[in-house]
Structures are given as structure tokens and as C-alpha cells.
Design a protein around this ligand. Structure first.
Ligand SMILES: C[S@@+](CC[C@H](N)C(=O)[O-])C[C@H]1O[C@@H](n2cnc3c(N)ncnc32)[C@H](O)[C@@H]1O
Length: 281
């Protein structure tokens, strides 16, 4: 386990993933009934963009920094940006929220929050960062085992985020397996999987496996920062979302078209399509 998210916090992929997460939480909050949030690969929860790790890569300079410099950001970004502003004095950007901090700030007293992080040092820091919130439980196991271990939840509504490091070659397969495990236990669960795009050709098998999965509905959204014709770096990223709230597809159109302009000086591309439009199972 060499991956440390501190090197990548606030990059274009984080901005995309985290604004989508903030919208999923906002849409779930439109109903009073409680929901549970399970984050199988949590990281630290909050990142210092002036740490030696973040300074070494500077990835956030081409991610969250560009977004925060804009004057008229669409309202759909408000929840996400408000959390970032709460962490930073006088809007000087130093601290960046990971998925756990976003969930903690955006979820309500009646909701339940489960984090999981396997890296021993990061798990320790995650525990320190979220000591005093009685809504939160923290696990330190193999995240791939959690959908089977923890589902179904007592809450009828669940948001499951699967955001692994993609260090091992089988992690796309494991994403499909976790999705299948989750849907088998909770057919209505909203499952969001983030994945990197280096060379898009390598993803065809993943798309086909997802199409054959047991998800009732499965939406795919991708944001490309650079052309996906080389396998060298992170050219873009994608999210697949099982059982998306019905407003999400429209919201993603606004979010992705805006991000692709802001993060790439109009050179980016984006797409939204249904891998499974309507279940036949
Ligand atoms: C991409 S980062 C997560 C970032 C976080 N979700 C966010 O958005 O702020 C992936 C994390 O998974 C952790 N990890 C790696 N293998 C794991 C496993 N098998 N189970 C749980 N966590 C794991 C890594 O230590 C890393 O912190």
C-alpha cells in the first residue's frame, strides 16, 4: 500500500468526485428520513495543501485553485465550496476536504456515517480528525469486504462511495464485485465508483462488466482534462453511479460542462451516458 492521497488532494479528479458527492448528499437530504453513508476507501478526511506531499506534486494548482478563482460559479457548486471556505480563514486556500470531511459537514444529525481506511498511518489520522462526532464509525479493514459485511443497513437509504487507489491491476474488477455485492444486499443503494482514465481503451472491459451487473440503473459520467490517447498520466476520470437520484443527470450536465471549461481552458471533453438505463432483471 504505497498510495497516499495527500499527493493528489484537490486535483481535477478530486474536484469532479467531490462536487458529485456533495450533490448526491444534497439530493438525499431533500427527504427527512435518515440515510447512511459508507466510504470504503476514506483517506485522511482533510488535507493540508502546503504539506510536503501536496507541494511536491502541486496537483491542486490545476484543480481546486482554478475553480475557486472563478467569479460566477453555478449554484450547484455552493455546498462544496462552502465546506472549503469553512476550513480556510479569509478564503486563503490551505485546507482541502476529503470525502469524509465533506460528508461530515453536509450530512444531518439523523444520518449515519461510516468511514474505512486500511493504511495504518492514514487510518490513525482519520480517527484523530473525526474523534468527536457520534454519527461517525471508523473501520480499518479491507474496504473490498465492507459491502458484504455491513449491508443491508438499518436505514433504507444508503450512499456508498468506492474510491480505491488503483494501485493493483485488479481494482476495476473489485469495483464491479463490490457494486454487485452491494446491490445484491440493497437493491436501492446509491453506489458511486470513481475511476481514473489514462487510456480509455483499457476501460472497455470495465464498461462491459458494469453493463452485465445487477444494478437497476447505472449512469456514467467522465471528465477528460487531456486527450485520452496516452497511458502516461491521469488524463481524466470517471464516476459510475448506480441508482442515481433523478435530478442528478441534469445536474451533471451543468457541472461537467462548467468544469471542463474552467479546468482545461476550454480544451476538455466530458460525457454522460447510461450503462444500464432500465433494469430488465
Ligand atoms: C483515492 S484515496 C481515497 C480518497 C478519499 N475517498 C477522498 O475522496 O478524499 C484511496 C485510499 O484507499 C486506501 N486503501 C488502499 N487499499 C485499501 C483497502 N484495501 N481497503 C481500504 N482502504 C484502502 C488508501 O490508503 C487511500 O487512502
Amino acid at each position: 500500500m504505497n498510495y497516499r492521497h495527500a499527493f493528489h488532494a484537490g486535483n481535477h479528479a478530486d474536484v469532479f468526485k467531490h462536487v458529485v458527492l456533495s450533490r448526491l448528499i444534497a439530493l438525499l437530504c431533500q427527504k427527512e428520513t435518515p440515510f447512511a453513508y459508507l466510504d470504503t476507501h476514506s483517506g485522511l478526511g482533510i488535507y493540508d495543501l502546503y504539506s510536503s506531499e501536496a507541494e511536491r506534486t502541486g496537483e491542486w494548482l490545476e484543480g481546486i485553485k482554478l475553480l475557486l478563482e472563478q467569479a460566477n460559479t453555478p449554484e450547484l457548486f455552493d455546498d462544496y465550496i462552502t465546506v472549503i471556505n469553512q476550513l480556510n480563514v479569509d478564503k486563503k486556500l490551505q485546507y482541502y476536504p476529503g470525502s469524509p470531511m465533506l460528508a461530515q459537514k453536509l450530512m444531518r444529525p439523523q444520518d449515519r456515517i461510516i468511514f474505512n481506511e486500511k493504511h495504518p498511518e492514514d487510518a490513525q489520522l482519520l480517527k484523530q480528525n473525526f474523534r468527536k462526532d457520534s454519527r461517525i464509525t471508523i473501520h480499518t479493514q479491507d474496504g473490498w469486504l465492507l459491502p458484504k459485511a455491513l449491508l443491508p443497513t438499518t436505514e433504507k437509504r444508503l450512499l456508498l462511495l468506492i474510491d480505491p487507489p488503483f494501485e493493483q491491476t485488479n481494482e476495476l474488477d473489485l469495483c464491479v464485485k463490490s457494486l454487485t455485492d452491494a446491490i445484491a444486499r440493497m437493491r436501492q443503494a446509491i453506489v458511486a465508483i470513481w475511476y481514473p482514465i489514462k487510456d480509455q481503451k483499457n476501460l472497455n472491459k470495465f464498461y462491459n462488466q458494469l453493463k452485465m451487473s445487477n444494478a437497476p440503473k447505472l449512469l456514467k459520467a467522465e471528465l477528460m482534462i487531456k486527450p485520452a490517447d496516452n497511458n502516461l498520466g491521469l488524463n481524466g476520470s470517471g464516476m459510475v453511479i448506480a441508482n442515481p437520484p433523478w435530478k442528478l443527470e441534469n445536474e451533471l450536465t451543468t457541472l461537467l460542462s462548467y468544469l471542463s471549461n474552467v479546468l482545461t481552458e476550454n480544451a476538455g471533453t466530458w460525457s454522460i451516458d447510461w450503462l444500464i438505463a432500465e433494469s430488465v432483471k
